[in-house]
Design a protein around this ligand. Structure first.
Ligand code: ATP
Length: 212
C-alpha cells in the first residue's frame, strides 16, 4: 500500500491543499492520503489558530467525498507540539499492511526541513514528495533546499533524489493555486466572501461556529 501523509495547521483547509494533495496522489499512485492537522504546529505562533477539534472537523468535511482521502486525528490526540517524526513512526507502527510512506509537503515547508526535530531520521524513514507550486510546469528544489540535500544524505538519480536509506525525495510540479489560509482568515475578518476558496461545507462550518 502506498500512503501519503500531509500535515499542516489546516487553519482552515482550502482548495490549495486539496488540489495539490490530489495531484500528488495521482503522480505517486497513492492509495491513501492522510490529512493530519497539527495540534500545535512547532513553526507557527498561536494567534488566530482555531481550536484543533474545529480544524479537524473541517478537514473531515473537506475530505469526505474522496475515497482516497482520510482525516487523521493522530497529532491532535497526542496534544502538545506536533512533531512529524512522531507521526511518521506512528504510521509505520500502526498501518496494517506493509506501506510505502510519502511525506507530502509544499516547497515552503521543505525549505525549512533542516529545522524540524530529528529531520535526519525523518528522511531515513520515509519518502518525501514536495509539490513545487512553480508556474509553467517548472519544478525542482530551490537553491536553499538544494544546499541542504547532500547534508541530508541524498544524491541525485535522474529526476529525483535517493537517500542512503534508499528512500526518495521527489519534486512534483502541481497546479499553482495561490490560496493561503492566512489570506482566507483575513477575508473572514474583513467580512468578505470565502466561497470557492474552500469547500462549501467548510465555509458553512466556519460561519456556523463563528471561527476567525
Ligand atoms: P497559513 O497561511 O496559515 O500559513 P497555509 O495555507 O500555508 O497556512 P498550512 O496548513 O500551513 O497552510 O500548510 C500545510 C501544507 O500545505 C504545507 O506543506 C504547505 O506548503 C501546503 N500548502 C499550503 N498552501 C498551499 C497551496 N495553495 N498549494 C499547495 N500547497 C499548499
Amino acid at each position: 500500500m502506498r500512503v501519503g501523509l500531509f500535515g499542516g495547521s489546516f487553519n482552515p483547509i482550502h482548495f490549495g491543499h486539496l488540489r495539490s494533495a490530489e495531484e500528488d496522489r495521482e503522480a505517486l499512485n497513492l492509495d491513501l492520503v492522510y490529512f493530519i492537522p497539527a495540534a500545535s504546529p512547532p513553526h507557527k505562533t498561536e494567534g488566530d489558530l482555531a481550536p484543533a477539534e474545529h480544524r479537524l472537523a473541517m478537514v473531515r468535511l473537506a475530505t469526505k467525498g474522496n475515497r482516497h482521502f482520510m482525516a487523521s486525528d493522530v497529532e491532535i490526540r497526542r496534544t502538545g507540539r506536533s512533531y512529524t517524526i512522531e507521526t511518521v513512526k506512528y504510521f509505520l507502527a500502526t498501518l496494517r499492511q506493509p506501506a510505502t510512506l510519502y511525506l507530502l509537503m509544499g516547497a515552503d515547508q521543505f525549505a525549512e526541513l533542516d529545522t524540524w526535530k530529528d529531520c535526519g531520521e525523518i528522511v531515513s524513514l520515509c519518502n518525501i514528495a514536495v509539490h513545487t507550486r512553480l508556474p509553467d510546469g517548472e519544478s525542482g528544489p530551490s537553491k536553499v533546499s538544494l544546499a541542504a540535500l547532500s547534508g541530508f544524505g541524498y544524491s541525485r538519480k535522474e529526476d529525483h533524489y535517493v537517500h542512503t536509506s534508499e528512500h526518495t525525495l521527489s519534486f512534483i510540479a502541481t497546479s499553482v493555486i495561490p490560496y493561503s489560509a492566512t489570506a482566507i482568515r483575513r477575508k473572514i475578518q474583513r467580512g468578505q466572501s470565502i466561497n470557492y476558496l474552500v469547500p462549501s461545507d467548510v465555509a458553512d462550518y466556519i460561519q456556523r461556529h463563528a471561527l476567525y
